[in-house]
Design a binder for this molecule. Structure first.
Ligand code: ADP
Ligand code: MG
Length: 363
């Protein structure tokens, strides 16, 4: 069932248009993550959904009803921000109870709901404390609790974890995922962190300069990106892009020259017909390079190692292939890799992604 629908939604401030017509349908109970670089319009879009920002053009529907011009209070939405302002002079219990007291709920019901929620958020032992006596993660849980307690239909998060340190971020990420599992309501979560997007989302919406670049399940976005922007934004270390030229074509395949790697006949699957001589881009994710013995001779290349990251569970090898950007390869068993030595790697053409010169994916 569709829970929320954006139809050609636009946002302008005077002459400046920052959201250029977004169409999106979010299903009931879905966890959707808006991801994109800073300034691409994630917060603006979320604030328009919440009713904190006017929609300049287009339509917003919630559960089938037109909410485009309805005030925030009518939308059944709660929002958690990056800076979680708690009432500093109220205990955790009073902070959690406040939204219900404002709604004039009976005392008995307020107590029951606060106790149940505190249990769910592991805050039972802290109910009597003041916010200043809590850790960052505990404060964030109170902020989340205060939004949940009103039982909104839709829950919005704007970069709620970006003020926390790495370890706590991981912990809270897991808690938010569990919370979604137990509450089952629709959540829209904004982040610039592709890892949060990959791990939390049922579906990811990749935004760039006020436009949707791609919508899809995390693994679809990762393995089957629609363009170079999406391929480059999702994945860390980043996918490698190299220019290539079409040497010959056959039905269902293309033979490429990749000058930077000294390859002349890399044969990749491709349905789109291309003319000989066409320039395009190949994209190879760091984990998709293989050991030389796993690739035929024609698919092997050699390059000097200019930088090496040994992480224990894996290794990232940075190779100089004569471009500004180094090539990054993940080498699982790289104990013998030596800095500044030449290293031979192979390419598996089945894993290579192809992109047109302008960045659109070629399939
Ligand atoms: P994100 O959350 O993805 O970092 P924002 O939605 O905050 O991006 O901002 C998108 C664009 O809209 C930015 O270029 C920003 O400068 C602009 N913007 C945001 N709020 C306003 C405002 N009140 N007036 C004018 N421009 C704004
Ligand atoms: Mg923002």
């Amino acid at each position: 069932m569709s829970n929320l629908e954006l139809r050609s939604v636009k946002k302008s401030w005077d002459q400046l248009t920052v959201i250029h017509g977004v169409d999106l349908t979010i299903n009931s109970g879905e966890f959707v993550v808006f991801v994109g670089p800073s300034g691409c319009g994630k917060s603006t879009l979320l604030r328009m959904i919440a009713g904190l920002e006017e929609i300049s053009d287009g339509q917003l529907l919630i559960a089938g009803a037109d909410m485009t011009n309805q005030p925030a209070s009518e939308r059944g939405i709660a929002m958690v921000f990056q800076s979680y302002a708690l009432y500093p002079n109220m205990t955790v219990r009073d902070n959690l109870a406040y939204p219900l007291e404002m709604a004039k709920k009976p005392k008995e019901e307020v107590k029951r709901k606060v106790d149940a929620l505190a249990e769910k958020l592991h805050l039972t032992d802290y109910l009597h404390r003041m916010p200043r006596a809590l850790s960052g993660g505990q404060r964030q849980r109170v902020a989340i609790g205060r939004a949940i307690i009103r039982e909104p239909n839709i829950f919005l998060f704007d970069e709620p974890l970006s003020n926390l340190d790495a370890e706590l971020r991981l912990k809270m990420r897991i808690e938010i995922a569990r919370l979604h599992e137990s509450l089952g309501n629709t959540m829209i979560y904004v982040t610039h962190d592709q890892l949060e997007a990959m791990t939390l989302a049922d579906r990811i919406v990749v935004l760039r300069q006020g436009r949707i670049e791609q919508v899809g399940e995390p693994l679809t976005i990762y393995h089957d990106p629609d363009n170079m922007f999406v391929a480059g934004f999702i994945g860390s270390p980043k996918i490698n892009f190299l220019p290539a030229q079409v040497v010959a074509t056959r039905p269902g395949e293309v033979q490429l020259r990749v000058a930077d790697l000294g390859l002349n006949s890399l044969v990749c699957p491709l349905q789109t017909p291309l003319a000989e001589g066409t320039t395009l881009w190949i994209g190879v994710r760091p984990e998709h390079f293989c050991q030389p013995q796993e690739a035929p001779e024609a698919y092997r290349f050699s390059a000097p190692v200019t930088f090496l990251e040994k992480l224990g569970h894996t290794n990232y090898v940075y190779l100089n292939v004569g471009r500004d950007e180094m090539l990054v390869a993940e080498v699982r068993h790289g104990e013998n890799v030596v800095l500044h030595d030449a290293m031979i790697l192979g390419i598996d053409p089945a894993t290579v992604l192809l992109f047109a010169e302008q960045g659109e994916r070629l399939r």
